[in-house]
Each structure stands twice: as C-alpha cells, then as structure tokens.
Design a protein around this ligand. Structure first.
Ligand SMILES: [Zn+2]
Length: 330
C-alpha cells in the first residue's frame, strides 16, 4: 500500500539493508543516528500501529523524548503507514502525565500519519465533569480537534467502577473507541473478566479495545488473580480462556497486539495461529512504542512466526484499524 506521504522518507530498503539486515524486529534507538534519506522511493506499508506514545525527556536523554519527528522516522523504518498516538493522563499510567493537549498539539502538522487519541482520568467525572453533558462536551471538543479514539485508559479503579461507566457512556454517545489497559493495577478485574463483561453488556455500541497484561493473560483458562499481572506468561494456553468467550459473545470487543499481545500469541504457536485467524477481524496491530531504548518488538515477527495468510496480515496489520479509526472499510 502506498500513500502520498510515502515519498517523504526515501530509500527505506537501502537503509534496512545497511542497518538492520533482514530483521524488522530491530531498529536503531537513537534519533541522532536515524539517517537523513537522500534518495526517494515509495514504501510498501505493512501496518497501522494502534498504540504508540509521544514522550517528554525522562530518565535522561537516552530514553526520551519521543517527538513527532522521531515517530515519523520510526514508523517509516518499520513500514507503518499510520500510528495512533495515545495520551496517558492518569497518575498510575506513566512517569508523568502525557496530556491530550500534548498529543493534539504535537500531531497537528502530521495528521496524515499520526492519529491522536484523547483521554480523561475517570476521577474527573466525580470532581469537575459532573454531568453527562459535560463529559460528552469535553470529548466532543477533543474530537473536533482531531481525536479518533479514547485511551490509553489506565486508572487504578475496577474496570466497571462507576466513574469508568460514566466515561464509557459518554464515549459510546460520541462514538469514540476506548483502548483500555487491564491488569491488577489498572482497570482491575477478576479471572474470567466479569467486570469487563459487565461493561460490554451495558455498552453494546461502544468499541472496546483490550490491552495489557491482565487482558492478554486471559487468553488462557484456569488462571488465578496473580496471573492478571504477569507480563509474559509462557507455555501452552490452557483451554477456556475469557478472551475467546468474550470475543465470541460481544462483537464490539477488539484486542490490541502491542506489548504483551504478541507474547500471548507466540507462547503457544499452534494456538496463537488459530487465535489470530479466528479473530482476524477483531485484532489490531500495535507496538506500544514509548522509549528510545526499546530495542525489539516481537510484533514485527508475529505474522511470519505464525505463518499468517496474506488476508490475515492485511486485516490485522491495516484494515481493521483503518475501519475503526477513520471509518474506511475498503
Ligand atoms: Zn501504552
């Protein structure tokens, strides 16, 4: 797939051949050593990335900032046509808040490549945005400024806590998909994900995109409360996982393959391959890139490792995100 912006970044193949060989799972971390491309040629994009972050400088100069210019170079290197840029506003979600305004401002000149999301900490609906009209009004302002989704939703409350329900209701009204992080520290739930099911039942029109350790460990059955906090569980997937059951029951539910997502599918490749095929209309490629020190992403090897068909690659890699985020069903 080509875009009018493919010419911007020039000779990707030559760069890859010189710098990272055949592996798409490796990239050069420092923006200083990202090349200025001299030649220009189209890029064959493979992905839309539904989960990246912009950051300020933190932990010294080696981990940030991740600027819009850096992201544009990084997504070109990795054959990502567009990336959803997610704020992190809750105190539990990151080392410091990344505000919706940060994301809207930094992406403003690059909306053809960087798709802004918005976020509101759920506790705000108890202190300031105390009526549904106020919550919807705030979300509509963000939408008018370009936001295409809500998240990364990551506050230390049960996933179906009353303030969260009020946010979901408003997101459903204004039709913003919600990307949520679920583990034992944010959007908490129990094994089997009954809290999430409560939300799905209450808001059948709301697109919910699952992410995080607890979400992805729920690919397996027979798990304990502590398993919802394990980043990369290993070994065969026990049958009876909540994800298959919920995806089969609620057509508004999706999964984001960033971070622990690729690990969940690769821990048991026969199961992972079938899961990817089974839910190829409901899974979204993503990386959760936020740190210049992040060196490898299993996501870029996932389709090859699972020997995914061309149809699955294009659906999970691009098409599902395009449909959800910009309403393009082609
Ligand atoms: Zn994230």
């Amino acid at each position: 797939m080509l875009s009018e912006h493919a010419m911007r970044s020039g000779n990707r193949r030559a760069f890859l051949a010189q710098s990272v060989g055949a592996s798409m799972g490796v990239y050069l971390a420092s923006p200083q050593i990202c090349p200025v491309f001299a030649e220009r040629q189209p890029i064959d994009y493979t992905y839309w990335d539904t989960h990246v972050h912009l950051t300020h400088a933190w932990y010294g100069s080696d981990r940030g900032p991740v600027t819009a210019d850096h992201l544009l170079r990084w997504i070109d290197i990795h054959r990502i046509e567009r990336a959803a840029v997610l704020p992190l506003v809750s105190p539990e979600s990151f080392w410091y808040p990344i505000s919706t305004d940060d994301v809207l401002r930094e992406t403003a000149e690059h909306r053809d490549r960087l798709i802004p999301f918005c976020a509101i900490d759920p506790r705000t609906v108890e202190s300031h945005l105390t009526t549904p009209a106020e919550v919807e009004g705030m979300l509509k302002r963000y939408q008018d400024a370009g936001a295409r989704g809500f998240g990364e939703h990551k506050a230390r409350l049960p996933i179906n806590a009353p303030p969260n329900l009020r946010l979901y209701e408003a997101c459903s009204k204004v039709q913003l998909p919600v990307l949520f992080h679920l583990d034992n520290a944010a959007n908490m739930d129990q094994p089997g994900l009954p809290g999430l099911e409560d939300v799905l039942r209450q808001f059948p029109q709301l697109v919910l995109i699952g992410h995080g350790k607890g979400w992805w460990s729920s690919i397996a059955g027979g798990i304990q409360q502590s398993d919802l906090q394990v980043g990369y569980p290993k070994g065969p997937v026990a049958p009876g996982g909540a994800l298959d059951r919920l995806l089969a029951t609620y057509p508004n539910l999706y999964g984001d393959l960033s971070s622990s997502g690729a690990h969940a599918l690769l821990r048991d490749k026969p199961f992972g391959k079938q899961f990817l095929e089974r839910w190829s209309d409901r899974l979204l490629f993503g990386t959760d890139y936020y740190d210049l020190q992040q060196q490898t992403f299993l996501q870029f090897d996932l389709f090859d490792e699972l020997d995914a068909s061309p149809e699955v690659r294009v659906k999970v890699g691009i098409r599902n995100a395009r449909r959800l985020l910009i309403g393009d069903s082609t």
